[in-house]
Design a protein around this ligand. Structure first.
Ligand code: HAM
Length: 425
């Protein structure tokens, strides 16, 4: 006999169950509605791609590619990885399907799971979910950046995400950033004794990431480092200044954060993050920025790009913690049918009400009346529809509102109309 054992979800993964799943669907639907209002359309991408796609796009020296990817050899001996993010996949699809020939900017959004082998904690999982949006095309007009940010903040506001803050920065382009990185590296070498091991290593591999450090003892030193704003080329400076004008035009609140460099290598110019309260250390609910060289780096035509990804797990936590979760409709009607003679009528009425969009539970086995009402209550049904032999004979049914016990009688053909009118209030 096989040994009895209990299976559990793998560390860092979890099951999103009812009733939480309803809130997830609600949030995703809000995103679809808002994004489609801005003329973004959905793209569904593969969950795994060639490992090299991520290494080239995100950067081989980044934590995401270097330490966190789930990579395996496929049977034909090619290396594939579960996607740690979706911007690389969008850029790959843009090139593969010749989307540069489409009219106007290509505006895409995606919803789905991503995978990173990080240390799990509140708001940080190994399988987590993102809702992202990307704009690809020939223009890098700051109005595009601003519209993307406006769309993001409109979604957060509509979804009741409490106390969010938008941080923006510009990290320059391939002309001015390398010069700044040199200046920064030189300065960091001068003060390296005052830095921890991680930051010391990054001086050589990726000095910008030192600015990301959260170590309390490094903060006062980092504050004295040269700032990128003082090293941007004229074109990048102008782009950033116009972006701020565009945000002001839209009445959007934002804060500048010169240390916002982001952890992925493809970014140029605009970078941004949104934080929300109540999430502890993992308080970034969204990150994004411009990636003007990415498509070209992957073998496509020179193309501009900008986008973001919202961490749904964190967004949902924040909506729940902020007490802003909407009251979503649950079970509408529980059919309390009472003897086998009433069962055919119960099945018929259940079918009609369900056709009319009512969420309805029809017990599959005969139940005593009291037990039936008890279960209706426990399931959180709004109404119990009572179908006894007298009701079937008279063609009039009793609808009992479970919250206060109020009962009303209806003919079969009046039931749906009444329930619909109730749903509207
Ligand atoms: P990212 O900053 O790596 O950017 O991730 C975006 C968001 O995903 C984060 O702000 C966070 O909310 C969420 N997230 C990341 N890792 C985890 C995790 N382990 N557990 C839970 N949530 C997590 C990107 O992925 C870029 N592709 C965004 C982008 C799109 N840039 C341009 N276009």
């Amino acid at each position: 006999m096989t040994e009895k054992r209990e299976f559990r979800a793998i560390k860092g993964t979890r099951d999103i169950r009812p009733p939480d799943s309803a809130l997830w669907n609600w949030f995703e639907q809000r995103a679809r509605d808002v994004f489609e209002a801005y003329n973004f359309r959905e793209i569904r991408l593969p969950i795994f791609e060639e490992t090299d796609l991520f290494a080239r796009s995100i950067g081989a020296d980044t934590d995401v590619v270097g330490k966190e990817m789930y990579t395996f050899e496929d049977r034909d001996e090619s290396s594939v990885s579960l996607r740690p993010e979706a911007t690389a996949g969008v850029a790959r699809a843009y090139i593969e399907h010749g989307m540069h020939t489409l009219p106007g900017n290509v505006k895409l959004y995606y919803i789905g799971p991503m995978f990173r082998r990080e240390r799990p904690q509140k708001g940080r999982y190994r399988q987590f979910y993102q809702i992202g949006a990307e704009v690809l095309g020939q223009s890098d007009a700051p109005a595009i950046d601003a519209e993307v940010l406006e769309m993001l903040m409109v979604l957060f506001q509509r979804a009741g995400l409490a106390l969010t803050t938008l941080y923006i920065n510009s990290i320059g382009c391939r002309d001015c950033r390398p010069k700044y990185v040199d200046v920064l590296r030189r300065e960091l070498r001068n003060i390296q004794d005052q830095l921890g091991a991680d930051s010391q290593r990054r001086i050589e591999t990726n000095p910008l990431r030192v600015l990301d450090s959260k170590l309390p003892e490094e903060q006062s030193i980092i504050e004295t480092l040269p700032r990128i704003a003082d090293h941007l080329c004229a074109a990048c400076r102008q782009h950033f200044s116009e972006l701020k004008d565009e945000l002001n035009l839209r009445g959007m609140a934002y804060r500048e954060n010169w240390r916002l460099v982001r952890g992925l290598d493809y970014y140029t110019r605009t970078t941004f993050e949104v934080t929300a309260e109540g999430l502890g250390s993992q308080n970034a609910v969204c990150g994004g920025g411009r990636y003007d060289g990415l498509v070209e780096l992957l073998g496509g035509h020179p193309t501009k790009g900008i986008g973001f990804a919202i961490g749904s797990d964190r967004a949902i936590l924040s909506i729940q913690d902020g007490g802003q979760a909407p009251k979503l409709p649950g079970l509408g009607v529980f059919v309390a049918w009472m003897s086998t003679a009433t069962y055919p009528a119960a099945v018929r009425i259940a079918g009609k009400l369900r056709d009319g969009g009512v969420s309805l539970e029809l017990p599959p086995e005969e139940m005593k009346f009291k037990k039936s009402l008890g279960l209706a209550d426990k399931l959180g049904a709004r109404y119990a529809l009572i179908i006894g032999e007298d009701e079937v004979a008279s063609g009039t049914f009793t609808l009992k509102r479970l919250a206060d016990g109020e009962q009303k009688k209806f003919k079969e053909n009046e039931l749906l109309e009444y329930l619909e009118s109730e749903r509207r209030v």
